[in-house]
Structure formats: C-alpha cells, structure tokens
Design a protein around this ligand. Structure first.
Ligand code: ZN
Length: 216
C-alpha cells in the first residue's frame, strides 16, 4: 500500500475532471478502476469486450490526466523556475513549448511554466465538446486518435521530468511505489494502443525495462 497522507485532494495542479454518473463513460471509468484493482496492469488497460475504442481512449485520457495532475501537484512547490530552468528529462532531453495554435513557434520556458502550458492545453481539449463530447450520441471527431496521441506524447514528458528532476523528493514523500505503479499503468496503456513513438520514450527506457521485467 502506498502512503495515503500525501494525497491531499485539494492539491491537484489543475481541477480534477469527472464523469457524469449514469453515463457510459462513468461505467467505463468504474470498470477501469475495478480491473486496475485486480493488480494485473496489462489486463487493466485492454479494451473491454464489445466496447468502443474511442470511448475507452476518452475515459482513460481523462483518468491519466487526473493522475498526472495529482502526481505533479504533490511536487509543484519543489519544481520552480529556479530549480528547473528548462523542461527536461535528464541532460539529453529538453523540451520547448508549442501547441501549434496559440504558440506556433516553440518557446523555451521553465519546467513549471511548461507543465502549466501543457496541463492547460490538455484541459482545454478535454473541455472541448467537439473533441471530447460528453453526450454519447455525439460522435468523436475523425482526428480523435491523433489528438489523443498528441496528449499522451506530451503527458509522457511530465513523467520524464518528475523521474529525472524530482525523484529524491518523491522518495522522501514516500510516493515512489505509487509513482512507479502509475507510470507502469500509463506505459502499458500507451503500448496497448500504440499511442507514443518509441523515440519519445527513450528518456525513460531504462526505467521501462526495469519496471516491465515482470509480466504484470
Ligand atoms: Zn521540475
């Protein structure tokens, strides 16, 4: 069991996204949570039988966003423009921010600014009814999976940054096992649906090899 006390619900970085009760997506969210409880992460990420892939991607995108939000929220006071001048995952990987819309030309910002841009960008997409429709009778856009891939690619970088720049803090908070489980779940989901290019995952390749030695 991981240490509960650090999970102050008010401490999420951005407000938590929810699902309306009685909806298909709420059921899927509960299904995802229940299978996760079984402890087999590979099984937990699989598309449930007879379910729609886009619905499953939508539910999990929101859940992973909330989870990363919470994880980053727990170290946000230690990730400052001073400690983390650039958004990086170790010395070899630096990230510039651009969303292709309001920021077309990549800009160099500190890690906390980058994460702020990133989480706001994801949140706006999740709140966009034309991309993540809350009504089941409204169809997902044709480029939905491309958008989801882009979200996962960028969320991956937050894990990269936490592991490279804030792991000792995570350990001192007693959050290490929890972080590893969250990341492993995230990684298995990415692999199951081929959401992120291998080269984007290189910064954490050693960790991935280590965490996936066992089969669950
Ligand atoms: Zn940082």
């Amino acid at each position: 069991m991981f240490n509960i006390k650090i999970f102050d619900k008010n401490k999420t970085f951005k407000p938590k996204k929810g699902f309306s009760k009685g909806t298909k997506r709420h059921d899927l969210h509960r299904h995802a949570k229940a299978t996760l409880g079984s402890g087999n992460l590979r099984l937990a990420v699989a598309l449930p039988e007879r379910e729609d892939l886009n619905e499953w991607l939508a539910v999990n995108t929101v859940d992973f966003f909330n989870q990363i939000n919470l994880l980053y929220g727990s170290i946000t006071e230690f990730c400052t423009p001073k400690t983390c001048e650039v958004m990086s995952a170790g010395p070899k990987y630096e990230y510039l921010w651009a969303d292709g819309e309001s920021v077309k030309k990549p800009i160099k910002v500190s890690a906390p600014e980058y994460v702020e841009y990133l989480m706001t960008w994801v949140q706006n997409i999740l709140d966009d009814e034309t991309i993540f429709p809350s009504r089941v009778d409204v169809q997902f856009p044709k480029n939905f999976q491309t958008i989801v891939k882009n979200i996962f690619k960028r969320l991956f970088r937050v894990y990269g940054h936490i592991y490279y720049s804030h792991f000792p803090k995570i350990v001192s908070l007693g959050e290490e096992a929890h972080l590893n489980t969250c990341f492993k779940h995230f990684y298995f989901f990415i692999v199951e649906f081929n959401l992120v290019d291998k080269k984007e995952m290189l910064p954490l390749q050693d960790l991935i090899d280590n965490l996936t030695k066992t089969n669950n």
